[in-house]
Write a protein that binds this ligand. Sequence first.
Ligand SMILES: Nc1ncnc2c1ncn2[C@@H]1O[C@H](COP(=O)(O)OP(=O)(O)O)[C@@H](O)[C@H]1O
Ligand SMILES: [Mg+2]
Length: 472
Amino acid sequence: MSPTWMGKCSHCSAWDTIVEKVEIHSEPNCASAVFATTVDEFGGSIEAIELLDIEAPNVGRLQTGIGELDRVLGGGLVVGGVVLVGGDPGIGKSTLMMQSAIGTVKANEEGTTVLYATSEESAYQCKMRGERVVEGFDNASLKGVYLLADTDLERITAQVLKIRPKLLIIDSIQMVYRRDLNSTPGSVSQIKRCCLELVYLARKLQMAVMIVGHVTKEGQLAGPRVLEHLVDVVLNFEGDRHYALRGLRGAKNRFGTTLEIGLFEMGERGLIEVEDAAAYLDPEAPPRAGAIVCPALHGSRCLLIEVQALVASGTVGQARRRSNGLDGARLPMLIAVLEQHAQLEMNDKDIYTSTVGGLKLIEPAVDLAVCTAMMSGAMNIVLPSNMCAIGEVGLGGEIRSVPQIEQRIAQARRRGYKSLLVPITQEKMGGSGCIGMASIGALGAFLQKNANRAQSKMQLSDGEKKRFTECY
Ligand SMILES: Nc1ncnc2c1ncn2[C@@H]1O[C@H](COP(=O)(O)OP(=O)(O)O)[C@@H](O)[C@H]1O
Ligand SMILES: [Mg+2]
């Protein structure tokens, strides 16, 4: 036997006779071996059943006490379900987990316990965070939350069996490992195996599990995408670390819709729920070229978000096109539509687009707002500050209708936006103040007319004048 490869056997001196043999560990004493002995033990059936004979199980839910989180989850954590929470470092995943842990103990029946297994921070660091996020902290407010600073899955499982929590939090899965696997912690096989075992555990013990995962530089949930297939719910925590606004979005949900978005603001006392992103808009701000507000839908909610565009001179062939918070793949298409149908020369222009606050806008209904911002930026036309735009742009330059226009318009009106650029097909539906746009060409003509009118009588209110003088 030799621990390394050798060409010649040191015993019999024969060449090329050494064969590699991989050592296989005996069946480990692990959660899956203990629990997953039969299929039906974790919710499966060993015999085929006719659909009509299957009875709806009573899906129990645990409230986390955080309204925005419960809504994204579809009404709370499902007992026996596993939730994977991803997001960039420093975005606030651990903060959300700690708040959920404390909230779950409070919001559910007496005696509910939560086990928080941390692998990245010390127990004391976690306690500090707990103290920070509880308003009017006293030690009793942390009752029922157990902390375990360990990364060994077997020991975590042992503690779960001892404490029998209703909710288990793993922060984060990247460091959790199984001793009997050869691979290093954080490797694909370790993460996948540990996650699978946590799924078994959740089903078997009927407890909810929340797992934190990191996001790689490419923006994907680290620890391969395979994790996404193993769990029931995948939530992405997004937003710009430099802004306080955070969005929690469902990428997959076996127990509810993925359209919802939960809004939070990172503050001194942890994450605070935000009712409406419009709080981030400043209706009194002086109007600028290259910016317009868009009523975008996120699940059952309509949020008003400002879209900005900067059109600067660049070099032909090396023009830069960047988008922050918008669909990067759609931007070149919209630019091409502007060139073709509004006769704008953009090939020597650098174009940067962005949403304010760091929230992502991915629905095609924001196209018209992006195009309006780009055109207004390129033509240096200042739009009235109480104007917003919604509509999808087609390859032919036509403006297409968008879903739920009434809800969007109602929300915009509620927030004081009086004139609305909408698809011409939906102008009537929108009522007064709606300006129907048939095509990108029509939008160009409209902006031009607006510019002429604005030049001749651009009236500023006293508040705006004051701001102008303060700003410049
Ligand atoms: N003492 C503090 N006061 C205010 N904000 C803090 C404090 N400590 C951390 N934060 C905020 O919390 C964020 C880190 O949150 P955390 O939940 O640890 O993120 P993650 O787990 O996603 O890496 C920091 O970016 C910072 O904004
Ligand atoms: Mg963390």
